[in-house]
Write a protein that binds this ligand. Structure first.
Ligand SMILES: Nc1ncnc2c1ncn2[C@@H]1O[C@H](COP(=O)(O)OP(=O)(O)O)[C@@H](O)[C@H]1O
Ligand SMILES: [Mg+2]
Length: 262
């Protein structure tokens, strides 16, 4: 990644509190095109809250968000989508009783010049985008409830990128999947990267994401412990960041890093 490249997205000094709890406290993170940034930390660390601020689900109390280097106002999910920010929720939010194409165009259906549903165009587009993501996917006629977890995941991702997502947020995408389906999600992520999409991959389990991520950002108690290229730190060091808040030499410390003991 060249130093002259502008990040796709930057969150700078972002904070939000619920009641007295600082769920996210002065957190900064950025993401480059074609990059996978893993957001790691224990349950309750603030990962989901941080990305919900980016996706417009929560309004931050402080801090700024930049897209392509420019400050942007993200106050609701519609704003986020406008900037190409799409979220794949753990629940996937699919309509179980209809097929993949219907899910891709849910609420944004293509119409013929006569105002009727253009099923031919929608199925052709669905085949094109699904073919890019998951070339082995054949089950275009089945309701998505009949699909495997990995296939369902690819439908949810296809729906996001069909509408020109540039920044994809995946919150614990493999939490409910078996090993084979987890591998399938890894393939999807690699394909998205090759298309220049930037991905925030959230997980509480370092083993899920370390091999896929270009960088990791570790959170603890709402604060960023540190950020590092996955080539610059070991998995054990990242575990030390997650558990102890200890920032290793290969990482850039954040406000949540344990101060060095003399
Ligand atoms: N809507 C909310 N109202 C009150 N507290 C919340 C809300 N969302 C998150 N929190 C609190 O913020 C903290 C961070 O939670 P979360 O972002 O879900 O962590 P993570 O995704 O890292 O597990 C936790 O203490 C959680 O209880
Ligand atoms: Mg979470």
């Amino acid at each position: 990644m060249s130093v002259t490249q502008t990040p796709l997205v930057e969150m700078n000094n972002v904070s939000i509190a619920f009641g007295g709890i600082r769920a996210v406290d002065d957190a900064s993170v950025d993401l480059y095109p074609g990059e996978v940034m893993a957001l790691l930390g224990h349950n309750g660390a603030g990962k989901s809250t941080l990305i919900k601020i980016l996706s417009g689900a929560y309004k931050r109390d402080a801090g700024e968000i930049r897209v392509d280097g420019k400050p942007v106002a993200i106050n609701n999910p519609r704003d986020a989508k406008h900037y190409g920010i799409e979220t794949i929720y753990q629940t996937l939010a699919l309509a179980d009783n209809v097929d993949a194409a219907a899910n891709l165009f849910l609420g944004r259906e293509r119409l013929t010049p006569w105002g009727t549903l253009d099923d031919v165009a929608m199925e052709a587009e669905a085949r094109e985008v699904m073919g890019r993501l998951n070339p082995r996917f054949e089950r275009f006629k089945d309701p998505v409830k009949a699909l495997s977890g990995g296939q369902r995941q690819s439908v949810a991702i296809a729906r996001a990128i069909l509408f020109n997502a540039r920044i994809l947020i995946m919150d614990e995408p493999t939490a409910a999947l078996g090993p084979q389906e987890t591998a399938q999600v890894a393939e999807l992520v690699k394909q998205l990267k090759s298309e220049g999409i930037g991905i925030f991959l959230i997980s509480h389990d370092i083993h899920d994401v370390f091999d896929l991520a270009d960088r990791v950002c570790v959170m603890k108690n709402g604060q960023v412990v540190g950020t590092a290229g996955t080539g610059d730190v070991t998995e054990d060091e990242v575990l030390g960041m997650i558990i102890l808040g200890k920032c290793p030499a290969g990482a850039t410390p954040g406000p949540g890093a344990l101060s060095a003991v003399a």
